[in-house]
Design a protein around this ligand. Structure first.
Ligand SMILES: Cc1cc2nc3c(=O)[nH]c(=O)nc-3n(C[C@H](O)[C@H](O)[C@H](O)COP(=O)(O)OP(=O)(O)OC[C@H]3O[C@@H](n4cnc5c(N)ncnc54)[C@H](O)[C@@H]3O)c2cc1C
Length: 402
């Protein structure tokens, strides 16, 4: 593998480190002004940085104990902001990009619905054009950050007579608009800060909030769901934000539990799996640094990493014996202080089941691997070419089903 981590005395690294020493608590606005929020974006939003420089900046921010802006405002920084850069009007870019990247306006992603999670093409929320605005009606589900967001990226059906993937469009919606109701959903960690249901009851959205063209919604949504940051080398649980198997072993040693042969056996197995994941991540990073196209390996990694992280957190709890059965913040020492909500093992454990669902369920990822890695036949969707408003009304013809 032709990949070397940028050295400790790399001049680019020293420059970032010097800036962080001069600005020890920079805040999100200053990080944005410096180009450190999205270094790989073109100027004036980022630095036009290659993956290596981005890795250095990520590394140095973590080392300085600074919580990276993508934790605060993941939707524009990780997923949807680039659509605005590529497909937004100059007025939209002027209005939305800086407040999003400086974390002054939080965004949420309004895709999933009660009958449209894995299959976004099945969504039923409608956006009806009336003069210079659209009227939105429907319900969204599992929306992270909806209760904190000022802006929502909404996918809605603008043409019910088109086939299901063709009639969708995206909008940038003010989350305080009249007619929007947000209801939090409690999860089993006992907290209700993660997801919400969002109801749209004839919400007026100005036509200039359409992102891209009418009918572009499916294309934009797929691009956004596939976008991933270049920070690829972190092997931690919970999408890389939680503790890793290495930290589990360190914690078990520090707590004296590594002496238990059963715990040790399991922990060493997880440590090896964690190393394999770390090397897979470095391989993806190497591909990026050498301008090679990424393939479906992101799906493979997510499919292996999500249950791996769950097992790491599970062992941290079980190693505690009976006390581990209850909600208990004092599970193991944690080496890295700044992880936001995942800065203790217990909360991360109760939260971790979500990671085998969010950003693609295990089963859907297995379909990707089956079709794109193993070359098995594609899953059939008999309604693919049927006008959406005719689905369920009549059986598709053989031609439509093909
Ligand atoms: C932590 C977290 C945060 C989230 N944040 C957001 C957010 O901010 N915005 C948003 O829009 N959504 C969000 N979601 C929703 C998430 O995208 C959906 O939960 C996910 O797409 C799965 O959809 P679903 O829950 O409706 O399950 P369904 O799609 O109904 O699936 C139910 C079951 O059927 C299986 N299944 C479905 N289709 C197939 C198939 N073709 N082949 C085999 N098996 C299949 C699934 O794997 C699953 O086991 C979040 C979810 C989580 C867990």
């Amino acid at each position: 593998m032709d990949f070397d981590l940028p050295a400790e005395d790399d001049p680019r690294r020293l420059e970032v480190r010097a800036w962080l020493q001069a600005n020890p608590k920079p805040g999100y606005a200053l990080l944005f002004d410096q180009g450190y929020t999205v270094p790989h974006w073109p100027r004036p939003w980022g630095l036009g940085a290659n993956p290596e420089l981005q890795l250095i900046i990520d590394d140095e921010l973590a080392r300085a104990g600074i919580r990276a802006p993508h934790h605060k405002n993941p939707v524009p920084i990780n997923n949807c902001g680039q659509s605005l850069l590529r497909h937004g009007t100059p007025e939209q870019q002027e209005r939305f990009l800086k407040p999003a990247l400086a974390c002054e306006e939080v965004w949420c992603m309004l895709f999933s619905e009660p009958s449209a999670g894995s299959d976004v093409g099945a969504l039923r929320t409608t956006a009806r054009r009336e003069g210079d605005h659209y009227v939105i009606r429907g319900q969204k589900m599992w929306t992270s950050l909806a209760d904190k967001a000022q802006i929502g990226v909404l996918v809605a059906r603008t043409d019910p007579s088109a086939p299901k993937h063709a009639g969708l469009s995206q909008f940038l919606v003010d989350m305080k608009s009249p007619g929007i109701t947000i209801r939090p959903i409690a999860d089993m960690s006992g907290e209700s800060g993660e997801y919400n249901e969002v109801f749209f009851d004839d919400v007026i959205v100005p036509a200039d909030r359409l992102l891209g063209k009418e009918g572009d919604g499916w294309k934009l949504s797929m691009q956004q769901l596939q976008t991933e940051r270049v920070a690829l080398s972190r092997p931690g649980a919970i999408w890389g934000s939680g503790p890793s198997a290495r930290e589990l072993v360190d914690g078990l040693v520090a707590a004296g539990r590594f002496k238990n042969p059963l715990v040790r056996d399991e922990a060493v197995g997880l440590w090896i799996e964690g190393e394999i994941l770390r090397l897979l991540a470095l391989r993806s990073l190497s591909d990026r640094m050498n301008a090679r196209e990424s393939g479906p390996e992101g799906a493979v990694r997510k499919m292996v990493a999500a249950p791996h992280g769950q097992r790491v957190l599970d062992l941290a709890k079980r190693s505690q014996g009976v006390a581990g059965l209850v909600k208990n913040r004092d599970v193991l020492p944690m080496t890295q202080a700044e992880r936001g909500p995942f800065s203790n093992w217990d909360h991360a454990f109760w939260w971790s089941p979500a990671v085998t669902l969010g950003v693609g369920t295990q089963e859907v990822l297995k379909n990707v691997v089956a079709e794109r890695v193993l070359g098995l036949p594609r899953e059939k969707d008999p309604t693919r070419h049927t006008p959406f408003n005719q689905i369920g009304k009549a059986q598709p013809t053989q031609k439509e089903a093909a």
